[in-house]
Design a protein. Structure first.
Length: 148
């Protein structure tokens, strides 16, 4: 919408439909592969992985050292009040972290340490709590697109 207003300032304050755009229904990733339009949404991811888009989801967590999540995560992952290292994880937690990093939410480039959001997501699996996996995957895809 902002781009259309820059091109034609008379469109300022008009709705998407008045600008000749599709109405906003849901957040989607729209791309083209070999000339074929591809739409990816949270619902499509849920359908593909055959998992309902329900369960716990935490978003917008920054890697703040004062976050209340740190104490909970350290206790569950490292059996300690302070943050441990990868070597302090049990074999089961190392395996879950490997599956998480390579299959569910690939890390790509950057730090070897998982972000606070990644550790909270992993916590749901450790505690055997339902997590909204399609939402996590979709948000991760959007974040990766923004970074690229």
């Amino acid at each position: 919408m902002e781009e259309k207003v820059l091109i034609d300032p008379s469109l300022a304050g008009k709705s998407r439909e008045e600008m000749g755009m599709e109405p906003f229904v849901d957040t989607e990733i729209i791309s083209s592969i070999m000339g074929v339009l591809v739409f990816i949404s949270q619902e499509i991811i849920a359908y593909v992985i055959r998992r309902a888009s329900v369960g716990s989801f935490k978003d917008g967590l920054d890697n703040n050292k004062k976050s209340p999540w740190n104490e909970i995560l350290n206790q569950i992952m490292y059996n300690s009040k302070k943050k441990g290292a990868y070597n302090d994880l049990s074999m089961e937690k190392k395996m879950l972290l490997k599956i998480h990093n390579e299959n569910l939410l690939p890390k790509g480039r950057g730090s070897d340490q998982p972000s606070l959001e990644h550790r909270v997501f992993l916590l749901y699996f450790i505690k055997k709590e339902k997590a909204n996996v399609p939402k996590y995957i979709f948000k991760h895809m959007i974040k990766a697109l923004k970074e690229s």
